[in-house]
Write a protein that binds this ligand. Sequence first.
Ligand code: NAD
Length: 310
Amino acid sequence: MKISIIGLGSVGSAVATAVKNTGLAREIVLFDRDGIRARAAAEDLGHASAFSYDVKITAVNNYRAIRGSEIVIIAAGANQKPGETRTDLLNKNAAVINDIVPRVMANVDAKKIKLIIVTNPLDVMVMLAQKISKLPAARVIGTGTMLDSARLRAILSRQLSVSTQSIDAYVLGEHGDSSMINWSSACIGAVALNDFCRQTKISLPATTRRTIEHRVHNAAYEIIQGRGATWDGIAAAVADLVRCIINDEHKILTVSVVDGAGDKALAMSLPRIVGENGVIATLNPKMDAAESTALRRSGKIIRKNFDSIA
Ligand code: NAD
């Protein structure tokens, strides 16, 4: 399969490596408005191929070269500087999506293409990319809260001394400061979280849950403070999504796609079944009243931000 990546900064480069390491791409095409950067990334990654899979990796300086791609990953645009929120990037990155999506659409098969959106603020960029591309909503997929859910599972794994693989717990809503943890549906193995805590005599009171939520919300800020940007977690999330699409895995992932139309259109993360044609179905997990309110609030924030640029 041919996969194109637009934007080869910290995230795009890490995504290229992670996607190459799935072994599922026959060809990876790299485009960045900074052509020197894209060429350097292709060169470096090409050398890495000698130690893993033989993948044809090319840097290109025009969009014609992405023809034949079945997946295009958009990781271009401004990232958060220390102290900035994702929403602070709204206008800058709306301009980037407005620049990229029409060029992509002019060179891909609209009947087949899946767009994966990584650029922040994620949910609004998904809405914008879907509106510009006019693709079915199921094929304009934002990584959403896949990363936030992974961060939650990592924290819970340490707190509960259980492998992340056995933790089924999701962050929903905005990939941003208003995201919420769906505690009511969290399961450890086949056991509901509250039952698990009772059986193992582990205490997870409301104060601890609030601290965990705070840590999930703050994870990106802390990484940006220490490293300048975040890239490993999101690259692994994109590779997981790409694998799920190529292998038609029907995995449940908290991705962001547009639901509804017109004034009611809204992209946010919910548990969704993903396969070769993108999102197949959306699930509505159990929620208590406070969680439902938090999710609605998150949706309103996304929609308000979208309306401010539309
Ligand atoms: P970066 O500054 O390192 O790289 C951005 C790249 O985009 C640069 O190489 C730049 O030349 C390129 N670019 C900008 N405008 C372009 C255009 N119009 N056409 C082609 N290329 C263009 O930034 P980064 O750290 O790689 O972050 C990229 C984006 O990913 C940011 O918006 C960031 O917030 C987002 N991000 C999302 C998640 C997530 O979970 N969805 C996680 C981390 C970062």
